[in-house]
Write a protein that binds this ligand. Sequence first.
Ligand code: ARG
Length: 471
Amino acid sequence: MKLWGGRFTKETDQLVHNFNASISFDQKFYRQDIKGSIAHVFMLEKQEILTRAEREKLLEGLDSILRDIENGSLTIDGTQEDIHSFVEANLIKRIGETGKKLHTGRSRNDQVALDMKLYTRDEIVVINCLLKTLLTELLRLAELHKETFMPGFTHLQKAQPVTLAHHLSAYFEMFVRDRSRLCDIYQRMNYCPLGAGALAGTTYPLDRDYTATLLDFDGPTRNSMDSVSDRDYIIELLSALSTIMMHLSRFCEEIIVWNTDEYRFVELDDAYSTGSSIMPQKKNPDIAELIRGKTGRVYGALVSILTTMKGLPLAYNKDMQEDKELTFDALDTVKGCISLFTGMLSTTKFNRSVMEASARNGFTNATDAADYLVNHGVPFRDAHGIIGQLVLSCIDLNCSLDELPLEVYRAASPAFEADIYDAIRMKNCVEKRNTIGAPGLQAMSEVLSSYREYLDTMNLCDTIRTEGGEV
Ligand code: ARG
């Protein structure tokens, strides 16, 4: 039985039904659908559109549907077009005539807009929480590695020495921004579309403020056409998810490089590596590669929904049903990737001595040698040239700046004294960098304690409980 069969004289072609139906995927938000209906029923009673007895009967029916889906005694099958039709048809089957009143003053257009908002809102909270776990792990590692020296790179060429804590804290910053983006989206989207009807509101005296309050929204949406055709929050969310994936992917790329025999900065745990079917010696970073790879899929979802929405006239169009699968897939992908990444990171072994030795090579202290000259009155541009020539001498002599004889230094500039070796010692190069955001111990410790404070403070999404209770 179709919700809209009255006007039709023929059965829908089976292929059309299959093509049109969304129940195979929108059943994912059955909980949100029922929750929305419950709020709608309370509001209808308050407005005296339903009697108290009708409200009780409808709620009993809706509660029993939810219970039966959860305990497995009610299976969501493919006979109905979507989850909204499924719940309504089942309600009518259970409680009879009163069930037919559920959809008073409502359309599937505002209903689906509500369900999708409720679902994505919950998922934002879950992802916010997963990111917090990742940040907690990053901070734990950063605190352990404040004095683990490593080369910092530009162009993937050794540039200046930093610490592992400094490197990790760069990612801490990225994931903090990701969380704040999620909270922004939550706030912007948190207005209830229910009551917008098909597109032009309804003639019933609905109390939209009341429905919004029942469903923990900040208020009702203010234009009924926009309410049923707005998918901006999905676009924003997929953009934020893409950025999270981009951050994870960059980190994965580094881990993959660091895990090579050439670098040996890290060793991935056996539990987070895989082998080769032919080469017995292999231990591959498949998880990091897969996370990097899945980034493309989340970007794909963003481009897909942007393309779907482009050129859609107001108000609701069926094209918008395409928002579901890709959003669900992107959300599941991101949740899985953050969890897996956190597990991989927390079990990774960092090879301090290899990192430190690497930080000493590659003339990472050349800038500090130039700074030494500047501190002795040589203009920076001249100092840069002098050290460049000394680097060439080192390459000729096959030695580092630390090993270059003092005569060679003094021949290049009389400003050099014996304390040059101290000034360019790798650890000193890091230690002297104590401006805010730099890797020096003092600066780093201050930043890390601000991170601790950040993690101890609840953000908007931390304070919200989700429908699925997955947090
Ligand atoms: N499954 C539909 C969707 O996701 C529900 C809304 C149907 N509305 C309609 N007018 N056909 O968009």
